[in-house]
Write a protein that binds this ligand. Structure first.
Ligand code: ARG
Ligand code: ASP
Length: 720
């Protein structure tokens, strides 16, 4: 509580404060009143913070939905219509696509509700309320406790706190640490399980510019898709059923037709995933110079191989579209992050901050903290790097090893729980096999295997290399090894895996254990667990607890500043203004792009920059309906000074009055380091303009029945 009070008073921003470009911070909605309301109003907000978040009446928060646990989405109609990014719905859109019926390529618009497509496993989570439970969770905790003692005391307290909640049977409680474990907040959630696909533009709109334009401004992507939440007859969560009805929301966002101008107030409401704003300089240095370069190199290698196959074969393009985009996204982000950390002199800034910290903090802990960090990070570096190699190679990018892990779990289930357990788990695997093999090409994977295993053997210390790889040298030996494995394993195609599954359990298990992919998987993982994962986690635990003490000391050392908690996939509000920026000397970006820019970038038949005929026709005829700006052009995207990160995709951009003006989906290239070193002068989030979304739904797709469901408003006209 003491720390919270410190947070509540004092209104100086952490770095480089200036009202004109304020925007740093991802704030807890329930603390806006105490921490942010004044600033928000100064920046142009016309609502009260109770309109943004309230547990007593309906508020904006009731329209904000965690989409599948990885993106944000929002309700935009009284019938549960849900707006999110195209790239957030990508997996679902792809799963409904085939070469004959290619939703990625052609888009999809359900004509009636009965045409909307079911998405097994997809969830939509509402936040019913948020409570500060720090006092209860940290009761009895003191600094003399070891990390283990502290954790078990907290675990016990968490159980007690959970019991104080009278949850309905459809609710769940999530309690998360904030400020590295110095505070705890509880989120009461309701999770809907029937979420259907309603509409999506073709990729040439929804993913226009693809990976070339990803993380880049100026941008011209219509990155949106539409879903709908269905509920049981009581409006409560239900499993998919034809009898389900459209969910009736407590609140839905009206959509503004008036657009944005520079300096307009913007509020982003969503579920930012993870940031690391308070790391010590040594940690940033390690990320920048050791870990990021390794991950970039590995992904670069895998992506080049997959790209080659995708360009050559349309069916591979569909099969690998989602996987490729996922791997390419962070590959590019780390490249941008590293450049940005250098160009903003993140290390210099950290050092400066640390010098100030040391000067102002005269406690015993404060004196040793930073040197402890230095030795701890040095000490973890080797296993941290090997861990990244292993997870990028054996977990993320070699698909055979991924499949092998599932099959291995089947074996261990058999050994632990006998045939009953085996049969149960096998039943669950059936659907997974279908999905996996639908999008799998063993020849591509084999080439990835060859290249990545070579990287692993060459780059990590020999003690982390599994025996099976020991004798490898020269490209051919890697090729021969992968050939041997891929030709002899049963796991590269569905038929042979199904044949295995058809055998009696004992026989299948015996066969699986002889499989070369299985053997390699066991050997590599055991070695990894013993020599990397275990030491890593004990070293990381020490770092985490030091970080918790550092965070607390920062707050205590600078009592006049307000510090926002790092993102942790919980609901946050960030606010800023529509703003251009200057990325380099003599270069200046304005904040809005137009359809004219799509046409400028148009490259016929290109796989990233093609524009389809219908959109060209609308452009040529200037058939823009009510969606053009005052200059007669259709806006496509805009940028603002809102502090966002991964997970904020699909977040609504909301105007001063509470109307939807845009849909967040990305950040600008020069600002991709914002997760580690936010710089208000160049960090900008990118949003699709709401009018572009409406224009595509209405004029491009002719889905006027969807427009009719929405509430379109003119807040700026009303003002006059
Ligand atoms: N960079 C954005 C985010 O981190 C958008 C990614 C989707 N687009 C893509 N071309 N992969 O998720
Ligand atoms: N594109 C990101 C997302 O998917 C947003 C970001 O990283 O800015 O959440």
């Amino acid at each position: 509580m003491k720390h919270l009070k410190k947070l509540l008073f004092g209104f100086i921003l952490l770095s480089f404060s200036s009202v004109a470009i304020a925007g740093e911070g991802m704030w807890l909605p329930l603390l806006l009143k105490a921490l942010n309301e004044n600033e928000m109003k100064t920046m142009g907000m016309k609502m009260s913070v109770e309109d943004v978040y309230s547990v007593n009446k309906s508020s904006l928060k009731d329209a904000i939905v965690h989409f599948g646990g990885f993106c944000t989405s929002e309700i935009i109609s009284p019938d549960g219509l849900l707006l999110t990014n195209h790239h957030c719905g990508y997996g679902q859109i792809q799963s409904h696509s085939s070469v004959e019926n290619n939703l990625l390529k052609n888009g999809f618009w359900a004509k009636t509700k009965s045409d909307e497509l079911e998405n097994p496993g997809l969830t939509a989570t509402f936040i019913d309320r948020i409570d500060d439970v720090s006092k209860q969770v940290l009761a009895g905790i003191n600094n003399k406790m070891t990390d283990k003692e502290r954790q078990s005391a907290i675990d016990l307290n968490l159980e007690v706190v959970k019991k104080t909640y009278n949850l309905k049977d459809y609710q769940e409680l999530v309690i998360r640490p904030f400020y590295n474990g110095n505070q705890y907040f509880a989120f009461t959630t309701t999770i809907y399980r029937d979420v259907r696909l309603v509409g999506t533009p073709p990729e040439s709109i929804g993913k226009f510019g693809s990976d070339t334009d990803n993380w880049v401004w100026p941008r011209h992507t219509g990155d949106f898709s539409l879903f709908r939440i269905y509920a049981g007859p009581d409006n409560l969560p239900a499993d998919y059923s034809e009898a389900n009805v459209p969910y009736k929301p407590k609140h839905f966002l009206p959509i503004s037709l008036d657009g944005v101008e520079e300096d307009d107030f913007t509020l982003i409401f969503g579920f930012p995933g993870r940031t690391n704003q308070y790391l010590p300089g040594v940690a940033v240095e390690q990320t920048m110079n050791v870990l990021n370069p390794a991950k970039i190199k590995i992904r670069d290698t895998a992506l080049k191989i997959i790209d080659k196959y995708m360009r050559a074969d349309e069916s591979v393009r569909i099969q690998y579209a989602s996987k490729f985009a996922r791997v390419a996204n962070y590959w590019k982000k780390w490249i941008g992050e590293n450049q940005g950390l250098k160009s903003t002199d993140a290390l210099g800034r950290k050092r400066k901050f640390e010098a100030e910290f040391t000067q102002n903090n005269k406690t015993k802990t404060g004196r040793t903290l930073l040197s402890d960090f230095t030795s701890y990070y040095k000490n973890i570096e080797e296993v941290a790097l090997t861990r990244d190699y292993y997870s990028e190679i054996a977990i993320r990018n070699i698909e055979l090893l991924n499949m092998q892990r599932y099959i291995r779990r089947l074996v261990s289930t058999y050994e632990e729980n006998g045939e009953t357990g085996y049969d149960q788990y096998k039943g669950r695997l059936a659907g997974f096999f279908d999905n996996f093999y639908k999008n799998y090409r063993a020849d591509i994977d084999q080439e990835v295997f060859t290249a990545l295993v070579k990287l692993y053997v060459e780059d990590v210390k020999p003690e982390y290399v599994p025996e099976g790889f020991n004798a490898l040298s020269g490209v051919d030996s890697y090729k021969n090894l992968s050939k041997l494995i891929y030709q002899n394993t049963a796991f590269t195609n569905k038929e042979s895996v199904e044949a295995l599954m058809a055998l009696p359990a004992a026989e299948a298990v015996a066969k699986i254990k002889m499989d070369p992919a299985y053997k390699l998987g066991v050997q590599w993982e055991n070695l990894y667990n013993e020599k990397v994962a275990r030491p890593y986690s004990s070293k990381k635990m020490r770092i985490d607890s030091l970080q918790r003490i550092y965070m607390q000391s920062i707050i205590e050392t600078f009592p006049k500043q307000k510090f926002y908690p790092d993102a942790n996939s919980t609901m946050r509000v960030t606010y800023g203004q529509v703003k251009g920026y200057q990325p380099r000397d003599a270069v200046s970006y304005t904040p809005v792009t137009y359809l004219d820019g799509v046409i400028e970038k148009y490259v016929p038949d290109d796989y990233e920059f093609d524009v389809n005929d219908k959109l060209l026709e609308l452009y040529n005829n200037k058939d823009y309906g009510q969606y053009a700006d005052t200059n007669g052009k259709v806006p496509v995207c805009f940028i603002g000074s809102n502090h966002t990160t991964g997970g904020n995709s699909g977040s609504p951009a909301i105007d001063a009055h509470g109307n939807l003006i845009g849909l967040n989906f990305d950040r600008v290239w020069e600002g991709t380091m914002s997760d580690i070193n936010y710089d208000p002068s160049i960090c900008r989030n990118i949003m699709v303009d709401a009018r572009y979304i409406l224009f595509i739904v209405d004029k491009y797709a002719g889905a006027t029945h969807l427009i009719d469901e929405m509430k379109l408003v003119h807040p700026k006209r009303k003002k006059k």
